[in-house]
Design a protein. Structure first.
Lengths: 605, 372
């Protein structure tokens, strides 16, 4: 290691409150606070999942996943060398650390359990995954069915005549708890098969890197990635809608500057043709528009259904392509051939037959588990999670109706525990005929927290905290975050070039162009043909605008992320997981994106 | 005369190292594989042997004895004895059939006129050729033996060619060659050398190409180096060449390093021999190969590797205005190919045993980036 590099990152106890953000601590539960003894441990900022400060409610997207991940790794599958992940929040940012198992005897004892348990899942993978999909659809159906009581003046008479005996203010709490409980159920299922899925990928990755030290990560990904993946479906539906628009003769309504609401109104005036298209839209929306414009960790990552801006922004281009007679079909056959050819060529370069046999086994296992690895996100982070936030938002509407909040979305400025109290206040007021007292307490609190959140956005979180570990040996951390000793070294080294942003080389090629920094998908209309998209996260739902851009750069994401896969299909350079591109690059900067090396250079700012 | 003195490239293959030397055999083999090499012929080891037999003062046996008796640490004596042996070769009378064979070979080569003649020449002038030593041990166990014998570029006219063939023979007795053999206790008996006479490529740029990474041994990449002018500048380490690491499977350029190339070797203005000149400022930092040229070279490298069935170490040159490269040499890569390598993994009873094994290792370092 470079001897000039520091031996430690700042200690958690040395982190001062971000300027103007005093009192941020009250936004998060006590158990997320750094403890004095935490100074002894190494923590890293989970920028991959939590690239911005957490609104109070959204901290649940750390609390519940870590409850589930740890349970599955430490207790359910008994991974030999790791327990679970602990998280802390400082200045709104989520830092995590894993609890490794280092005692060889203990590893041995856990290994015996792990082999049986993991072996059962691998051995029955397809059947388990088929059942998993059904269970997950059941969980989604349950959250979709949850209602928020209306709390009318008089209770529904059926409560009396059917002798139900329970008034609906009871269901305010029960149903709110159901929403949270289902979020937890989803995350337990999410992490149930994930480690094993990633494990298969990692072992293949490891083999490829040892056999071909210079193989790009994306090449390993290409050998493994599925061609027929559910995450392509939303984009496919858009293409179908574009064809339908041309077929019905309503394609003139879709223009670059079109506001979705106005387009929908105009369609109403087009009689039968307009109705046919709107029916087509309705058919596509459930479930294929339940895709998040983010990664499912923030309430403001809305779905296409919540906000039609993104899907409608993609339509004019598709329509134009259809008019020109271009095919919109994904060249699946070509992609399949390319994948097979790449695999066959690498396979032929392996030195010995016995190693080739191992390669075949590992690749076979990857292809067995990959449908889950690729598709689970649609069910979990997209379909379920966008439904989850919608339900919470509906409770926000109830709170607004009772004048406890100014706005339904303000509910996300409260901890989920505080929402419980706010709802209790409403339940009591409805019962007593009095007024909820929450308004005078919560409205100023929400205003203050919004202000704090803005202040926290200005804070630059250190990539890690605490002493640098001698060796980073936690497979969970490596699997989920790709963080190794090399990563940590790179973090601790001073930045060599201010005009350079580094990330993962996700899709090959080098291009120069003008950057367009979009912090939010609602800004998608600003994107111009041939620009380079720079955004916090290239979620699958951004895919449809990829045809418009020259290259994509993101703060978050890995070489196996859907966006990376789509970029490769478009043959467009992409650098993902830079951690800071949206901070360092400004709209209008001329940049060079090197998708071969994972480097973005700022040429003219 | 049991063997011919001169053979065209097409008349030799990779099994003919004993007759044509490593370089000659390799050029013949490349010709047979349909790879583009500058046309030429080999002055066989039979020619060398017949000349050696007829040397004054006891012929080949006497030379062998004198050399074998040397102490490699006695530089003065080594220098004196080798100089006198070299003189024998450069002044020995040639058998008439041999001299005729070389002159005829050159005449035929000149007639073929496959390559554009040297630019800027006034009227027809003798075809320029390279006269290259082709040692018999080059391609075998000891690759580092290669390069100890001389190569002469931009040689013109039958008289000069005969003189330079003699120089190649003599270079088998250079101080370096002899010291090398003595230190390694290589036998002097039966030692022979062939000479390649090959039409000169007026190289705009040239370089080398390894069909596996010399740094990591990775067989999925091709590493190319290129600089302006003749390849002697790159091989001799006189310039820092541009370099590219290309993915063999997809053709993607993984790394590209463009260096400041200050010097180049070019034909001397007299048309004979080589001189070193400064690279014009505008060219110093421009890549010596564009992407299209890179792709063509990679394709040739892959074809050669496929033909031999093993990673290759290749020298190439690219003439100005030409749309394809010429290969000047290809030999098996020897560093990584001979290194013992335990298998990285072997088949397990159950495919998922690989995962269990990885996740069971404390401090397992899978590295890289996982999907999410």
């Amino acid at each position: 290691m470079d001897t000039t590099a520091p031996r430690s990152f700042p200690l958690p106890s040395e982190i001062a409150d971000a300027p103007g953000a005093d009192g941020w601590q009250a936004m998060y539960p006590f158990f997320t606070r750094f403890q004095p003894e935490d100074d002894q441990r190494f923590w890293f900022y989970n920028a991959m999942h939590f690239p911005e400060p957490m609104p109070a409610f959204d901290a649940i997207t750390a609390e519940i996943p870590y409850t589930a991940i740890g349970a599955n790794s430490a207790r359910v599958f008994v991974l030999p060398t790791t327990l679970g992940i602990e998280h802390r929040i400082v200045n709104g940012r989520v830092y995590i650390t894993a609890n490794p198992v280092t005692d060889p005897a203990e590893i041995e004892r856990r290994l015996a359990e792990f082999q049986q348990r993991a072996g059962h899942y691998y051995g029955n993978w397809d059947a388990i995954y088929d059942a998993w999909k059904e269970r997950m659809k059941g969980v989604i159906a349950q959250i979709e069915a949850i209602t928020v009581p209306e709390l009318p003046e008089f209770e529904d008479a059926a409560v009396v005549f059917e002798t139900r005996g329970i008034a609906q203010n009871h269901y305010v709490r029960e149903n709110y708890h159901r929403v949270l409980d289902l979020f937890s159920v989803m995350w337990h299922h999410h992490t149930e098969m994930l480690f094993l899925g990633y494990g298969a990928y990692l072992v293949f990755f490891d083999f490829c890197k040892k056999t071909f030290p210079e193989i790009p990560d994306q090449m390993v990904a290409r050998m493994v990635a599925g061609i027929d993946v559910i995450m392509y479906r939303p984009d496919e539906e858009l293409k179908r809608l574009a064809r339908l628009a041309v077929e019905c003769g309503v394609d003139d309504l879709f223009t670059d500057s079109g506001d979705p609401a106005k387009v929908l109104d105009a369609l109403q005036d087009r009689g039968e043709a307009g109705r046919r298209w709107l029916d087509g839209l309705d058919a596509a929306r459930d479930p294929w528009f339940h895709v998040s414009t983010g990664d499912g960790f923030y309430h403001h990552h809305l779905s296409w259904n919540d906000d039609l801006t993104l899907p409608f922004a993609a339509l004019p281009r598709y329509i134009e392509q259809i008019r020109r007679g271009e095919s919109l079909e994904r060249p699946t056959q070509r992609l399949q051939q390319e994948r097979d050819q790449i695999t066959a060529e690498y396979r032929s370069l392996i030195a010995s037959d016995e190693e080739r046999a191992a390669f075949d086994q590992m690749l076979g296992l990857c292809r067995l588990v990959f449908p889950f690895v690729e598709d689970h996100k649609f069910y979990c982070e997209h379909w379920f999670t966008t439904r989850f936030f919608q339900k919470v938002r509906e409770f926000g509407k109830l709170l607004r109706r009772f004048d406890v909040l100014e706005d339904a979305d303000d509910v996300f400025q409260l901890q989920h525990y505080e929402v419980d109290q706010a709802l209790a206040d409403v339940m009591l007021a409805w019962a007593s005929g009095g007024r909820p007292v929450g308004g005078s307490h919560l409205k100023p609190l929400v205003a203050e927290r919004k202000r704090i959140l803005e202040a926290l956005k200005e804070w630059s979180p250190p990539p890690a905290l605490g002493p640098i570990p001698e060796a980073l040996n936690d497979p969970a951390v490596q699997m989920l975050w790709g963080i190794t000793s090399e990563t940590i070294q790179a973090w601790s080294a001073p930045t060599t070039d201010e005009r350079e942003v580094r990330g993962f080389a996700a899709s090959p090629g080098v291009v120069e162009g003008i950057a367009r920094v979009l912090m939010n998908v609602t800004e998608i209309g600003e994107l111009r043909e041939g620009e380079i998209l720079v955004c916090p996260v290239t979620a699958p739902s951004w895919g449809p605008v990829f045809g418009k851009i020259k290259a994509a750069v993101s703060d978050i994401g890995g070489t196996m992320s859907h966006a990376a896969i789509v970029a490769r299909e478009y043959g467009m350079p992409a650098v993902v997981g830079t951690g800071q591109a949206t901070k360092r690059i400004r709209t209008g900067d001329r940049v060079r994106v090197d998708g071969d090396r994972g480097v973005v250079q700022i040429l003219d700012a | 005369m049991s063997e011919p003195y001169v053979l065209p490239f097409a008349g030799v293959g990779r099994q003919d190292v004993g007759v044509a030397g490593g370089k000659g055999a390799s050029l013949g083999e490349l010709c047979r594989a349909g790879i583009r090499v500058p046309p030429g012929f080999v002055v066989t080891t039979a020619a060398f042997r017949d000349v050696a037999e007829r040397l004054p003062d006891g012929g080949a046996r006497a030379v062998e004895k004198r050399i074998a008796a040397l102490d490699p640490d006695d530089h003065t004596t080594v220098a004196a004895v080798t100089a006198s042996v070299r003189d024998l070769f450069t002044s020995a009378p040639l058998p008439q059939p041999l001299e005729t064979a070389i002159r005829d070979g050159y005449a035929q080569l000149s007639e073929r006129g496959l390559l554009d003649r040297h630019q800027g020449e006034a009227g027809p002038s003798p075809l320029p050729v390279a006269v290259r030593s082709s040692a018999t041990s080059e391609d075998s166990a000891d690759a580092s033996f290669a390069g100890l014998q001389d190569t002469f570029l931009w040689v013109r006219g039958a008289d000069d060619i005969v003189e330079h063939v003699r120089c190649c023979w003599a270079s088998l007795y250079s101080v370096e060659s002899v010291t090398y053999r003595l230190r390694r206790k290589l036998p002097e008996e039966g030692l022979a050398i062939a000479v390649v006479v090959q039409q000169m490529v007026d190289a705009r740029c040239s370089g080398v190409m390894f069909t596996r990474s010399p740094l990591t041994g990775d067989r999925s990449v091709i590493v190319l180096e290129a600089s302006w002018g003749l390849g002697s500048a790159v091989v001799g380490g006189e310039v820092t060449p541009d370099s590219w690491v290309v993915n063999k499977v997809t053709g993607e350029v993984l790394r590209r390093t463009i260096s400041r190339k200050l010097h180049r070797h070019v034909a001397d203005p007299s048309g004979r021999g080589v001189r070193v000149e400064d690279v014009p400022e505008g060219l110093q930092e421009s890549p010596a190969l564009d992407d299209a040229a890179l792709r063509k070279l990679v394709a040739v490298g892959r074809a050669v590797e496929r033909h031999y069935g093993a990673p290759q170490d290749i020298e190439w040159a690219w003439a100005a205005g030409d749309d394809q490269p010429f290969l000047l040499q290809s030999r098996p890569e020897t560093v990584w190919s001979t290194r013992p390598a335990p298998p990285i993994a072997t088949a397990a009873a159950n495919p998922f045993d690989h995962v269990l094994a990885l996740l069971s290792k404390p401090g397992a370092r899978p590295g890289g980036e996982a999907p999410r």
